[in-house]
Ligand binder design. Structure first.
Ligand code: GDP
Ligand code: MG
Length: 908
């Protein structure tokens, strides 16, 4: 690695150039500008300087203080239902110190103590020696003076010299000793004894020194022992503490956390206190928040976090007692609403729903039943709310009070049976009308209501369609009626819709009368009908059962009077009664929107009297009865029980089967109608969501299922319903029918627009497009189709769907030849001499070479010859020679199969 500049180095280590230069200056390097070069040695110098100033890079830190502050938020729904956020802050502080460092410090401290002790001792010794020396000097001085005195008194002079020398020595010794004060004890042993000591004196001094040393040693030992004891005591206490904590933790069912032995907690007491306080705060907020599983779950997590840092018992306890709410559950409710009512997080509710096998999103409506189960599942008490509607209905019921006595009324009879068994014809005969002849395709496509005055009394009839698509209509017919007449053609016997009609009647609990029709026919076999019906539990009175069987002919009129007698007899048994006067009440049979007249609703009055001008509430619609007519279109002013009428003036087409009633108060009528509209919309939304979800699962993994988009308009509600049902049944795995929009009334511009945007088919059943829509269709080239027969419409949709189906590739074997011999040709390679054993070989069709019935090659023929002449085909039983293109391995015994691929457009 060569030299670099300061700038580059700064780049490499990621420090600003200025900082680096400053550091280099501090390290004693001469660099002053960014462009100065830095050698490897200089780098080393800088590195070692930095290490020194920061501590070695790889040296472990001696003390680390960790402060942690974690903030989390808990989202909760308050009692008021408003979402709020509670912030939770947890602060932790922990200090880690290396034990070795503490030990080092301790050792240093001891060492210093010891040194200090020694210093004091040495001082004391020095003082003592000084004292000794001084005393000695004094003694010497006294001796000297004595000697001088003696000398003065004639003693020898040398003695004075000796004394002076001795005094000088004593001075020196004192000086030495004072010097020794600053010298470490190691020099102490080298202490020279005073030279002028007498042996006794030295022995005495040495003895004294030894004693001193011994005493000091003993003291030091004592000290060490005491220290050791203190240490042991501390260790024991720590161990005890640890044991106690471990036991405590175990008691809480928690594992003692693994911690390094070098860990020392400092200030944990304070921190713990602070933390406990914060937890107490937390508890308070939690309490305020009330019982809430999600919050509990969060607290458990927090609890877990805590155990790793603190073993102390904290003040928090998850709330134990659970609030049980009485939850009001309306007919439909969104998951969000329901979760709010239970004070539970929507997520939780959804999870529980999922466990119950129901998928729902937050804004999805779930029905009352599911909601009730869910509420129970979540530990609350569900209360089915009858809702606003119930109270509204109750109010309505209160409005209608009948004062009159109920009077006998005419029976309402529904004619049911399989298609073409003669229901309409029979009714026509009874009514002396010719409805059946006027019907498109000769089939009844909506419910017809007629009342007939017979010589024996009045009967109201409901004619129902026999086609499979009209199940709902038949069910409705059975519900609105007093007696059901099942028409069975004597020549045809019991058919699927016969059986279905019987089931509807049974389900509605309505008495049955069997009319065996077409008795004028030669092929009529009433016994077979009786037999078939007995299988269904309908046993004729002749056979000891309790069902009336009437044998009739709608053509000749045979037995029709008997049938009417039977009906009236049955009606008498039923003792049918109704209040003839008062506000009318009944059922909507059918409704449609007519151009120029608006919604036309046919209703069957069941109670009271309907007058022109009455305020009528029918299902989700209401309006004043502007005009009323009987089933023949004759205007009437009023109609009583069991009479079917058509009324004008409602603000929309109510659904068939809805209840209708006269409400004196217009405001009330509007209120209820509007409420029902909202309810219906909710229900529809719910259904749409459900089906969407269903579709989601259905189409999973097969997303390229094609669909035919349809915009459908019909004349009446009943037909619409029937058609929708029939279209739904056309769905296959490959093609789906998607009804973009469907409704009653003429085709208008918005329908055309919808068909256009969805690239759908525009279908009108017994309705036509208005002129604006027609123009739009012409301009945009939209295919507009009119129908008057349900089958034709359905067949056409089928065709449209077939068009979408991918054509099927069908393979047909055209001919097979047996290879008898193979010879080589210079031009074609292997040439097979064959015998055609099946069909015809054709030169231009694809072939397969089969060996033991296994395909070994697939390709084309190179040539096909008969007697050296190229031929286009060779028929069965003829011999030929052929060569296979780019395949030279044909063997005797192989079979050559000529096939053809035909593309067949599929129909449903
Ligand atoms: P619906 O579908 O049950 O209403 O049957 P229709 O009333 O439309 O009649 C179907 C066909 O059966 C029509 O062609 C009628 O002419 C015929 N038909 C109905 N009743 C009789 C009957 O009593 N005798 C004979 N021979 N034909 C009948
Ligand atoms: Mg009919």
């Amino acid at each position: 690695m060569a030299e670099t500049t300061v700038k580059k180095l700064a780049d490499i280590v990621g420090t600003p150039v200025d900082t680096l230069l400053k550091q280099m200056g501090e390290a004693g390097l001469p660099h002053g500008t960014a462009e100065d070069t830095v050698s490897d040695e200089q780098k080393q110098v800088l590195l070692s300087f930095l290490r020194k100033s920061h501590g070695s890079a790889d040296a472990e830190p001696q003390k680390i203080t960790l402060k942690r502050k974690s903030t989390s938020t808990i989202k909760t729904t308050g009692a008021s239902g408003k979402a709020k956020t509670v912030a939770v802050e947890v602060r932790k502080k922990r200090t880690y110190v290396k034990r070795s460092v503490i030990e080092d410090q301790e050792r240093e401290r001891q060492e210093q103590e010891r040194l200090e002790q020694e210093r004091l001792e040495a001082e004391a010794a020095a003082r003592k020696a000084e004292e000794d020396a001084r005393r000695k000097a004094e003694e010497d001085a006294i001796a000297k003076r004595e000697a001088e005195r003696l000398a003065a008194e004639g003693a020898a002079a040398p003695a004075t010299d000796g004394a002076a020398a001795s005094a000088a020595a004593a001075d020196k010794k004192a000086e030495d000793k004072s010097k020794r004060l600053t010298v470490p004890k190691s020099t102490k042993k080298a202490e020279a004894p005073p030279k002028d000591e007498t042996p006794e004196e030295r022995a005495k001094r040495e003895e004294e020194e030894r004693r001193k040393r011994e005493a000091e040693e003993a003291r030091r030992k004592q000290e060490a022992e005491a220290r050791k004891k203190a240490e042991e005591e501390a260790a024991r206490r720590t161990a005890e503490e640890a044991q106690r904590m471990a036991a405590e933790l175990e008691k809480r069912g928690q594992q003692e956390p693994k911690e390094t032995t070098e860990e020392v907690e400092t200030g944990s007491g304070i921190v713990t206190e602070a933390l406990e306080a914060s937890w107490r705060d937390e508890e308070r907020t939690t309490k305020r928040r009330r019982r809430r599983p999600a919050a509990q779950a969060r607290n458990v997590v927090a609890h877990g976090q805590m155990k790793s840092s603190f073993h102390k018992e904290h003040g928090f306890k998850s709330p134990t007692e659970k609030m049980v709410y009485e939850v009001e559950v309306p007919e439909t409710i969104t998951v969000a609403d329901l979760s709010q009512r239970m004070n539970i997080k929507a997520r939780e509710v959804m999870r529980t729903l999922m466990k119950m096998g129901e998928m729902a999103t937050v804004n999805q409506h779930i029905d009352q039943e599911t909601a009730m189960l869910l509420v129970e599942e979540m530990g609350h008490k569900p209360v089915a709310s009858k809702g606003e509607e119930a109270s509204l209905e109750a109010d309505l019921a209160d409005l209608v009070q009948y004062t009159d006595e109920p009077m006998p009324r005419a029976p309402v009879v529904t004619i049911m049976g399989h298609v073409d068994h003669g229901k309409t014809s029979l009714l026509d005969y009874i009514r002396k009308a010719k409805v059946a002849d006027g019907e498109a395709g000769g089939i009844t496509q909506h419910i017809g209501a007629y009342h007939v005055e017979t010589e024996k009394g009045m009967i109201s009839f409901l004619d129902t369609p026999g086609h499979a698509a009209f199940t709902a209509m038949r069910a409705r017919g059975a519900q609105a009626t007093d007696i059901v007449v099942i028409v069975v053609a004597a020549d045809d016997g019991v058919m699927p819709q016969t059986e279905e009609a019987i089931n509807h009647a049974k389900a509605a609990g309505v008495p049955l009368i069997i009319a065996v029709n077409k008795m004028d026919k030669e092929s009529a076999d009433p016994d077979r009908v009786k037999n078939d019906l007995s299988q269904l539990g309908i046993i004729s009175e002749e056979w000891g059962g309790d069902h009336q069987f009437q044998y009739v002919s709608a053509h000749s009129g045979m037995g029709v009077d008997d049938l009417l007698d039977a009906i009236l007899l049955q009606a008498e048994v039923l003792e049918l009664k109704a209040v003839p006067e008062g506000p009318a009440r009944g059922i909507v049979i059918e409704s449609r929107i007519e151009k120029g007249r608006g919604p036309v609703t046919s209703v069957l009055i069941q109670e009271g009297r309907l007058q022109v001008g009455d305020m009528v509430l029918a299902g989700a619609h209401y309006g004043r009865n502007r005009a009323m007519s009987d089933e023949n279109g004759k205007p009437i002013q009023s109609a009583g029980p069991s009479i079917p009428v058509e009324i004008l003036g409602l603000n929309g087409a109510p659904e068939s089967g809805e209840q209708f009633m006269v409400v004196a108060d217009e405001k009330k009528a509007r209120e209820v109608a509007e409420f029902r509209q909202i309810r219906d919309r909710d229900l529809k939304l719910k259904r749409a969501q459900a089906s969407k979800l269903e579709n989601l699962f259905e189409t999973m993994g097969e997303k390229d299922a094609s669909q035919v988009n349809i915009v459908l308009k019909t004349d009446v509600r009943g037909s619409l319903e029937a058609l929708l049902g029939a279209l739904r049944e056309l769905n296959t795995d490959e093609v789906k029918v998607n009804v973009v929009t469907a409704g009653v009334g003429a085709i208008n511009e918005s329908d055309v627009n919808l068909a256009m945007t969805s690239q759908g088919v525009l279908l009108g059943f017994n309705v036509r497009a208005d002129s604006a829509a027609k123009r739009l269709c012409e301009r945009e080239g939209i295919d507009l189709r009119y129908y008057s027969i349900i089958y034709e419409l359905i067949d056409d949709v089928k065709k449209a769907m077939s068009g979408l189906l991918e054509p099927e590739r069908r393979e047909e074997i055209v001919g097979v030849a047996d290879v008898r011999d193979v010879f080589r040709s210079s031009k074609f390679g292997a040439v097979a001499g064959c015998m055609v054993i099946e069909g015809t070989l054709r030169r231009n069709l694809p072939i397969r070479v089969l060996r033991d019935d296994v395909v070994v090659f697939e390709g084309q023929l190179e040539s096909l010859r008969r007697f050296k002449e190229d031929v286009p085909e060779v028929r069965n039983g003829m011999e030929c020679g052929l060569a296979v293109k780019s395949y030279n391995d044909v063997k005797a015994g192989d079979k050559i199969e000529v096939f053809e691929v035909r593309v067949v457009e599929r129909t449903l």
